[in-house]
Design a protein around this ligand. Structure first.
Ligand code: ATP
Length: 358
């Protein structure tokens, strides 16, 4: 059992605040991902949880017990780093068993636990090899083996897939997700890759400049981003943003930007300031070769086939807008196209501070 609670955690390095008043509870056996751009404080947060870094302010609790003053080796956690940190001269078996040896676990028990971890990760036949005789994916599995053999309450993973090529990353992503189910422990995962965060996590905490912007399920983060930053960071290709203002047109709330006029049904909150930004995901944009009521004319700028879909960039009113539409899409460059939005899936953010209006 390992519930991890961060209470008012702040970390300063000299004058730089890397993590600012972080409050977060990671439930027992949850898979929580800290995601955000480089330098937002993800790794520092993880290092404070595992005890490699001490918070400037605030407290960390494991299952309700304060651990802020416990050194890393006294905390019930195991960490997997981006650089696998394997011992080059030791075999896979020795690498996986090393932490147990240091803890003076009896040899027979070590052998048994190493074998069990190797079976879980499907690397049983590699146990006598040295790290240099392994592929990147196999090395990453050994690094995971070194962590899971410890049977810790929480596993902390810092960008464990970032050294792997794209194909292997997709494979290992699924394997780590499955591993979480098999070992039934708390996983706290750090990545800057929003796809990893979306696909693997029970909940995602999106960070920016040391501050958690939103912590919610992947669905909620995608469907109801709390602000423009979260909306732009999560989703690929990213959400389109159009700057304009809200107006009341015959009692209907409407977004206006130049010639573009879009009815907004579901927004009941009125901002003090009508200046807003409309957010539209590429899959919520529809294109028609012929005029449709409520659609705006634009010109095809470029189209990029993605397999089942085509990513079409349209120039509309001086702005470039991305639409993800099903194949076939046959309009050539500079053809006129009519652009519509799925009214039920639009997002409106205050222009002033980017907060979402619900
Ligand atoms: P990345 O994805 O690039 O690893 P991150 O989100 O994990 O980034 P951190 O490594 O947590 O970010 O760093 C957060 C901020 O704190 C950065 O501005 C970084 O330069 C700073 N920082 C981290 N460690 C130290 C340190 N030991 N001394 C001084 N500044 C540090």
């Amino acid at each position: 059992m390992a519930e991890v609670r961060l209470e008012g955690i702040t970390k300063r390095f000299g004058g730089k605040t890397a993590v600012n008043d972080l409050n977060l509870t990671i439930e027992d056996q949850e898979f929580l991902t800290l995601v955000g751009p480089s330098g937002c404080g993800k790794s520092t947060t993880l290092r404070m949880i595992c005890g490699l870094e001490r918070a400037s302010e605030g407290n960390i609790f494991f299952d309700g017990k304060p651990v802020s003053w416990l050194p890393a080796n006294k905390r019930d956690v195991a960490m997997v780093f981006q650089s696998y940190a394997l011992y080059p001269h030791k075999t896979v078996r020795q690498n996986i068993g090393f932490a147990l040896k240091m803890m003076r676990v009896p040899k027979a028990t070590i052998a048994e636990q190493v074998l069990q971890a190797a079976r879980t990760l499907d690397i049983e036949d590699l146990l006598d090899r040295k790290p240099r005789e392994l592929s990147g994916g196999q090395r990453q599995r050994v690094a995971l083996g070194r962590a899971i053999v410890r049977d810790a309450g929480a596993y902390l993973l810092d960008e464990p897939l970032s050294n792997l090529d794209a194909q292997l990353r997709v494979l290992m992503r699924a394997e780590i997700k499955r591993l979480h189910v098999d070992v039934a422990r708390t996983f706290i995962y750090v990545t800057h890759d929003q796809v990893e965060a979306m696909t693997m996590s029970d909940r995602i905490a999106v960070m920016r400049d040391g501050v958690v912007q939103q912590c919610a399920t992947p669905e909620e983060i995608y469907e109801r981003p709390a602000n423009r930053f979260v909306a732009s960071f999560m989703g690929s290709p990213p959400m389109n943003f159009l700057t304009g203002e809200l107006a009341d047109v015959d009692g209907v709330r409407t977004f206006r930007s130049g010639a573009l006029s879009q009815e907004l049904g579901r927004y009941d909150v009125s901002p003090d300031d009508p200046a807003v930004v409309l957010g539209v995901r590429p899959e919520d944009v529809t294109l028609s070769p012929t005029p449709v009521a409520g659609y705006q004319p634009g010109k095809v700028f470029v189209s990029e086939p993605l397999g089942p879909d085509v990513l079409v960039t349209v120039r509309i009113d001086g702005e470039l807008l991305k639409a993800r539409v099903p194949v076939p899409f046959r309009l050539g460059h500079d053809s006129t196209v009519y652009v519509g939005f799925n009214q039920n899936r639009l997002h409106v953010f205050k222009a002033s501070d980017g907060t979402a209006l619900q």
